[in-house]
Design a protein around this ligand. Structure first.
Ligand SMILES: NC(=O)c1ccc[n+]([C@@H]2O[C@H](COP(=O)([O-])OP(=O)(O)OC[C@H]3O[C@@H](n4cnc5c(N)ncnc54)[C@H](OP(=O)(O)O)[C@@H]3O)[C@@H](O)[C@H]2O)c1
Length: 260
């Protein structure tokens, strides 16, 4: 078995010509992930409900397709994958990033809120993996990156919120193991990324609130939330050939939150 020369290690992170779907690309982490993959050479398919946000991002990238899509709808999910396959010829990478978190205390979460969270955070992740995965399995190559959360590993008791968020993110962590293990020998790799607190629409109100921010800084070993660029390396590692022997794992990038 020959190894590639060590001097070419950086090249393994290149994404030239790879077609990557990024869901939830209209804001926050998803918009950043799309820009990072594009900067590494990828063609990016931007998906979310807010079309004008996608068009705005697409207008700044020379290899981008915007697809309005509600990931909770099976028809929209199928249309997203079909559009990506038609426009790009195939889907090389699926980044399942779209997610919701109900801003309500656990005892007040309604059944509708619980079900919406599962529809977006779990069902959509699974169904999109199957839809995009079909072509990947046929070709014997492809990558799925599922965006979980550090709250897929620990409870959110110290900064309370709806229980559905942590429940769905734990489901994503084990769904990632299951898909990864079942597809590894067929050339399709599935891994996950579990961020701690990063600035986005989801976390904006909290991070702007001085009491919340103070609790976060005291609780987090790094003493601060993540900065927007501090997931770039992990995302690119997971999406590219650099992680070719990694299967079913979820990388936690949380300033040490789950380490203590
Ligand atoms: N920021 C953090 O600290 C943090 C930490 C851990 C994990 N995460 C995870 O990272 C991912 C991105 O979150 P974010 O922090 O970047 O939050 P955000 O700024 O609120 O972004 C969420 C994205 O998901 C999309 N989305 C929500 N529901 C959707 C639906 N039904 N169909 C299609 N798209 C939908 C939104 O787009 P539209 O509204 O335009 O549809 C938006 O682009 C989520 O999975 C989240 O759980 C974030």
């Amino acid at each position: 078995m020959t190894a590639t020369p060590a001097g070419t290690a950086v090249d393994m992170f290149r994404m030239d010509g790879r077609a990557c779907i990024v869901t939830g690309a209209s804001s926050g982490l998803g918009a950043r992930f799309a820009e990072v993959l594009h900067a590494a050479g990828a063609i990016v398919v931007l998906a979310a409900r807010r079309r004008e946000r996608l068009d705005d991002l697409a207008s700044r990238l020379d290899r981008a397709v915007a697809v309005e899509c509600d990931v909770a709808s099976e028809a929209d999910r199928a249309r997203l994958v079909a559009t990506a396959e038609r426009e790009c010829g195939r889907v090389d990478v699926l980044v399942n990033n779209a997610g919701v978190s109900q801003m309500v205390r656990m005892e007040r979460e309604s059944l509708e809120q619980w079900e919406e969270t599962f529809a977006v955070n779990v069902t959509a992740v699974h169904r999109l993996a199957l839809l995009a995965g079909a072509g990947m399995l046929e070709r014997g190559s492809g990558v799925v990156v599922n965006v979980a959360s550090m709250y897929g590993f620990v409870a959110r008791w110290d900064i309370p919120g709806a229980a559905s968020y942590a429940a769905t993110k734990a489901a994503v962590v084990n769904l990632t193991r299951e898909l990864g293990a079942q597809w590894a020998r067929r050339g399709v790799r599935v891994n996950g990324l579990a961020p701690g607190y990063f600035p986005s629409e989801m976390t904006g109100d909290g991070l702007d609130d001085s009491r919340f921010r103070d609790r976060l800084d005291r609780r987090c070993p790094a003493g601060r939330p993540g900065r927007p660029h501090e997931l770039d390396g992990a995302l690119l590692f997971l999406a590219s050939d650099a992680s070719s022997y990694m299967v079913g794992q979820t990388i936690v990038v949380d300033g040490g939150w789950t380490a203590v």
